[in-house]
Design a protein around this ligand. Sequence first.
Ligand code: MLT
Length: 400
Amino acid sequence: MKINSNFLNLHESYLFVKIEAMAAECQKNHPERRLIKLSIGDVTRPLAPTVVKAMKKAVEELASEETFHGYAPDKFCYGYDFLLEAIGRHYQKIFLSAGVKEQIETEEIFVSDGAKSDLGSLLDLFSKDNTVLLPDPVYPAYFDANVMDGRKIVFVSASEENGFLPLPSAKTQGELIYLCSPNNPTGAVYSREQLKTWVDFARARGAVILFDAAYEAFVKGEKPRSIFEIEGARECAIEICSFSKTAGFTGVRCGYTVVPKELRREGVSLNALFRRRQTTKFNGASYIAQRGAAAALSEQGARETALCRAYYENNAKIIMAGLKNLGFWFTGGENSPYIWGKCPKGFTSMSFFRCLLEEAGVITTPGCGFGQGGEGYFRLTSFAKTADTIEAVERLKALF
Ligand code: MLT
């Protein structure tokens, strides 16, 4: 028996697991210290009341013989009609406000337990011979999942020079292209014209874009929230989205992926392939989570989750004001829950991470954890409690 030796090419731990371990070690050495976590983008606000009500009702249904649900229907890969329709209406609103004549059909939506799972599952559709194109820095799950499969990975630099929004050039390689907008980790958001450049590039090359829209709800103003706002995207893109950051579902678990019917490669429908894959290797998100997700997309749910995001947006403002006051260079935080800052002179990403952890008791994410292009930077999240965010900023002020 042979193991998948590609695993041996990974870092020993996933980024956020490593950070947790380092923070735990620090806590062990300084039990008196209260550490503040501005590292992983994990939400802290409770679920919206409308969501809680819907989930409680779902539990009650499961408790009664008359209204009990077992497996979700396999017709739509275990997505319930009520959630698929709610997601369809959500897209209609996005397209309407963008002035785009588009529509997402029920058969194109795949409900899952979150974006990270789908980002891994989708790779079953693509040959391991494809070259993967990743921005650098990048959300490490894209990189690790492809290392596990042994795919060749090439990078396109996301830097201050291009506003952390790389575009393809004649030299750009890759058949499987990852884009994330609003971006994790930098918070940068592609414009319509920039996304069109990627869509045109992918269509011309027969490439496929995996578009991670997990942070779309944080976009304010004109910038696109879905790649399907861009003409031609239905022929070359798959969009992955999540309720984690938009409705506080990091613990509940629910997300969705849109694979358009027009997307075909080598004459084969990728929608049909994903359907085949999911019905074999997946059994759906729970009825309770799907009821909660649908409630989050209702009019009342949308109002309540918007209040929640406003709380995080206020945290982002507190962080940005603090960094500005300290004279740190930073970006993001406007259309994103992440603030991407530059380490002060004399620090590497890792030494700055250690300094903040050990001297200020603030857990951050070192930029180098997102790839070589992240060296010299750090990432802060606005998902903490406001009192902790204020205290973290005060601790930074005391330190610098
Ligand atoms: C992050 O902090 O980058 C995200 O929370 C990680 C994730 O969504 O898996």
